[in-house]
Design a binder for this molecule. Structure first.
Ligand code: ZN
Length: 408
């Protein structure tokens, strides 16, 4: 049993508060958490660890939406507008796949860990990231993805998905949780989506889907018009949307689902997501670089819909660090009071993300996994802690996963 002493702590519990002169007692899980004097008296035999500098303790960061297989992108894909970007993904997909390897993905995961990310949701299109995800010390929720629009190829596509999923299911362990991703309403035939969602319900797997990311997706689903009309016409002059947005959402009614982006979602669609107990993954940098707009987090808060942060892949970002994502989000949501936004973002990168991925982590509470970070923040004070942490942190001083200090 260890007892770690810190100057400050951000427990990421509700209501959001920051603590001064606190200590945490833990083995693989958190045994106790409270003011130093109290904890020292309660656990006289615990092995004491005194952290250096102006220390700040907070839960490990959780990034529920990343595409590791696209980690080789560095300036190859066309940023700025959604459809030209999608066309560039299709054009360069093989080249980006060839440029990636298990070793490179493992390096990507190691640098994510070094930045303080201790759990991820990895959306896997091809299975190229499986080896690395099984080797990393991070907790991985591994979303095996299904997509495809040709009705005559449904059986082949579903069989391919099932064989990828079966090898993933065999690998499940305490830090690797199989899950399912339905790519999007514009790319996945409803029969494929329905069949995959049936498996997710039967096996109680988390589900992720992109939903209402771009204006082009909005126009295509609403009226078979806009940028996707031209895009799909290149494949078939008779192409039409499989269903409207509500019809797509209805497929997920009995699943545990993370809806990624939702920038262009209407209020009634958000209400339906709330009714389903769904979660929204907010990827502000990805949305900005693909010209998709900015998610209205005020509206989500008013509607009491749970949202969390994600970086998306390097296919639509330049960093997989949640500190970078939080800093960018601070600058983008200009109508939100800055200090309050900092608290919301920290919750979105920890406790809210843990809830979405069903992890027993993401907050400093008795019984949760002892997975946390220690920052060194010179000049920190109780009043500026969340904002200061986001503005100044590149890497934590120390990282613990399930009670073990990790060297990165
Ligand atoms: Zn994505």
């Amino acid at each position: 049993m260890k007892c770690l002493h810190v100057n400050y702590a951000i427990p990421c519990t509700k209501p959001f508060t920051c603590k001064e002169n606190y200590a945490i007692v833990f083995d693989t899980h958190i045994i106790d958490f409270g003011p130093k004097e109290l904890i020292t008296k309660r656990y006289p035999n615990a092995k004491n660890i005194i952290s250096k500098g102006q220390s700040v303790l907070l839960p490990g960061l959780i990034n529920p939406h990343v595409h590791l297989e696209f980690s080789a992108n560095q300036g190859v894909l066309d940023f700025g507008d959604f459809i030209p970007w999608l066309q560039s993904v299709i054009k360069h997909r093989d080249e980006l796949q060839k440029a990636i390897s298990s070793e490179k993905i493992l390096n990507t995961l190691t640098s994510m860990l070094a930045s303080g990310t201790t759990a991820i949701g990895a959306v896997s299109s091809f299975g190229l990231d499986l080896d690395a995800c099984l080797k990393t010390p991070l907790h991985v929720t591994y979303f095996t993805e299904i997509l495809g629009s040709r009705p005559d190829a449904v059986d082949i596509l579903f069989n391919d998905f099932k064989s990828r999923l079966n090898s993933v299911l065999k690998s499940a362990n305490k830090s690797f949780s199989p899950a399912i991703s339905i790519h999007s309403p514009y790319s996945t035939h409803p029969i494929l989506a329905q069949n995959a969602l049936d498996i997710a319900r039967k096996d109680d797997l988390c589900v992720s889907t992109h939903f209402m990311e771009s204006q082009a997706e909005r126009e295509w689903l609403d009226s078979a018009s806009g940028g996707f009309k031209e895009f799909f016409n290149a494949f078939s002059p008779y192409a039409k949307p499989f269903c409207n947005a509500k019809g797509y959402l209805s497929l997920f009614e009995n699943n545990h689902t993370l809806f990624t982006h939702a920038v262009q979602a209407k209020k009634s669609e958000l209400e339906y997501i709330k009714y389903q107990g769904g979660f929204i993954t907010h990827c502000p940098v990805s949305n900005r670089v693909l010209g998709c707009g900015l998610l209205d987090i005020n509206r989500l808060n008013q509607m009491q819909i749970s949202w969390h942060l994600g970086t998306d892949g390097l296919s639509s970002n330049i960093s997989l660090s949640l500190w970078d994502e939080m800093r960018n989000a601070l600058m983008m949501h200009q109508n939100f009071p800055l200090k309050e936004l900092a608290k919301e973002l920290l919750m979105g990168a920890t406790a809210n993300a843990a809830k979405a991925l069903r992890l027993n982590a993401g907050s400093l509470e008795i019984g949760k996994e002892a997975t946390f970070l220690i920052l060194d923040l010179p000049g920190a004070s109780l009043s500026n802690l969340p904002l200061h942490a986001i503005l100044h942190t590149k890497k934590p001083q120390s990282i613990y996963i399930q009670g073990e200090k990790i060297d990165v």
